[in-house]
Structure formats: structure tokens, C-alpha cells
Design a protein around this ligand. Structure first.
Ligand code: ATP
Ligand code: MG
Length: 249
């Protein structure tokens, strides 16, 4: 059954927007809740892009994450922040492909949709994850078949080394390759050891709740967006605190 036109256009426009993308190229995908996007996400995307010589990496906020609590910020704000974060970063673009499709954002669905819409083979798609996320691969929808839908690029993350990952997933040993090995005849798992910012979205939300500065953990434009729209600023100011501000105590 043909996919909705809107989905096809959305994906194509996200790719066509950037001049670096050529037909038959290699596309990276960094998906996640991105609640909010931070410098660790950008580091991982750029490390994967360089290591695997990707034409472009699409940063894709997920709609309804299947395995997690609902995001604190709306999908609109999470997409806005992703767009701001990749603005003017060579080789990165934000895509609304998961936000435009109903239901949960399963990676397998997104990969199938991208392959169909762009007439790409799984060998041309590189799904990027941090080592912590990939460590849970056995819990993903349609595991292990999902591993045949694209290459996977696993980037080290502070607190989760690639060696720890290898020890945790010994059954995937046969698929694991180092970047730039081009002899692979099927989708592979590429391990990229790169320094990425030691930051998480959870830590950012906690800092905001505690009224602590974000000092270099997110791009300046994202920090501005969070402040401008008062995102994550729970607990809200109470009446007594507001009264205090107005000199009524
Ligand atoms: P949360 O604390 O809410 O889980 P997060 O910082 O882990 O947020 P996610 O949106 O869950 O961010 O992550 C999306 C993807 O980016 C995942 O594959 C995750 O492993 C990866 N990632 C996030 N931060 C880093 C980092 N600092 N280094 C490498 N990969 C990262
Ligand atoms: Mg996470």
C-alpha cells in the first residue's frame, strides 16, 4: 500500500534542503526523545558522520517513545529545538518524519519508511545510537529483524564504553565492524569511539528544575528557546512565592 504523500514529501524535503545530499548517498539518522537536544547528541551525530563519511545526518525527534514516560516538552518544542540546534551545522538537518506519523515511533517503522520513500537500500542508511541506547537493543520492537533494516552506528557515551557494550552483547559479534570497512555485504554494526559531551537530557531537565545554569550543555539558541518558552521550569512558581515577589509578605 502506498505511503501517505505527506510522509514522503516530509522526508524528501528534509533531505533536499541541504546541498550536501546526493542521490544514492549515505544517510545517517539520529533519533531519540531529544527532550531537549543537547551537545552530546550533536557530538554523536558529527562523529558518526565523519567516521562513516555520511552525506547527511537527519536528527529525528520521536513522537511517542514506546519504552518511556511521555516527554516533558511537546513534540512541537522538541522539533523546534532540534531545528535550532542543527541550524548552520554542515551536514545535519532536522526531520519531522516521526512526528508526522501517527502512533509510537518505532525505529523499524522509520527505517522501512525511509528505505521505501527514498529508494535506498538498508546499506545506505546508518542509524546512529549512543552505546547506552544500543545496549537495550534486545528490547526494541522487531529485534533482531530491525538489525537488517539499516547499518547501525554505535557511538561511545561517557559512562558506557564500547568495550562494555561488546561484553554485554556477545551474540552480535559477527556483525560488528570498525568504521570505513567497506567489504560488508550486509547491514553491519559500526562502533565509533569518540569523545562526546558528558551530558544527558535528564541532567538538563534537573538543572532547570533546580534553577541551575545550563552553561555550555546545549547550543545557545536552544538555551534561549527553553528560557523564552519557560520549558521544563517545574515546579511552577507558587502563589505564595508570587505574592512574596509582589511584596505582600
Ligand atoms: P534522557 O536522559 O532523557 O534519556 P538522553 O540524553 O539520553 O536523554 P536521548 O534523547 O535519550 O537523550 O538520546 C537519543 C540518542 O542519543 C540515544 O541513542 C543516546 O544514546 C544518544 N546520546 C545522547 N547523549 C549522548 C552522548 N553524550 N554521547 C553519545 N550518545 C548520546
Ligand atoms: Mg536516553
Amino acid at each position: 500500500m502506498p505511503r501517505p504523500l505527506l510522509t514522503r514529501c516530509t522526508i524528501l524535503s528534509a533531505i533536499d534542503q541541504r546541498p550536501g545530499m546526493k542521490a544514492g548517498g549515505r544517510i545517517g539518522i539520529l533519533g531519540g526523545t531529544l527532550d531537549p537536544i543537547h551537545l552530546g547528541h550533536l557530538d554523536a551525530a558529527l562523529a558518526a558522520r565523519e567516521a562513516l563519511e555520511l552525506d547527511q545526518v537527519l536528527v529525528i525527534p520521536s513522537h511517542v517513545p514506546p519504552h518511556r514516560l511521555q516527554p516533558a516538552a511537546s513534540s512541537f518544542h522538541r522539533f523546534a529545538m532540534a531545528s535550532i540546534a542543527v541550524n548552520a551545522v554542515e551536514g545535519l538537518a532536522a526531520s519531522d518524519v516521526e512526528l508526522m506519523s501517527p502512533g509510537p515511533s518505532y525505529t523499524a517503522d522509520t527505517l522501512v519508511r525511509l528505505c521505501e520513500s527514498l529508494s535506498l537500500s538498508p546499506l545506505q542508511i546508518f542509524f546512529i545510537t549512543g552505546a547506552d541506547a544500543f545496549a537495550e537493543i534486545e528490547t526494541w520492537s522487531r529485534y533482531p529483524a530491525v538489525l537488517d533494516l539499516a547499518n547501525f552506528v554505535v557511538v561511545s557515551r561517557p559512562g558506557m564504553s564500547l568495550q562494555a557494550l561488546r561484553e554485554r552483547l556477545p551474540m552480535l559479534k559477527g556483525r560488528v565492524r570498525l568504521p570505513r570497512v567497506t567489504s560488508a555485504t550486509g547491514p553491519s554494526i559500526y562502533l565509533v569511539d569518540a569523545p562526546t559531551a558528558d551530558v544527558s537530557s535528564t541532567e538538563i531537565r534537573r538543572r532547570i528544575a533546580e534553577r541551575r545554569p545550563l552553561s555550555g550543555l546545549v547550543p545557545p539558541g536552544v538555551e534561549h528557546h527553553i528560557a523564552q518558552h519557560e520549558l521544563y521550569s517545574y515546579p511552577p512558581v507558587t502563589h505564595s512565592a508570587a505574592d512574596h515577589l509582589h511584596g505582600q509578605h
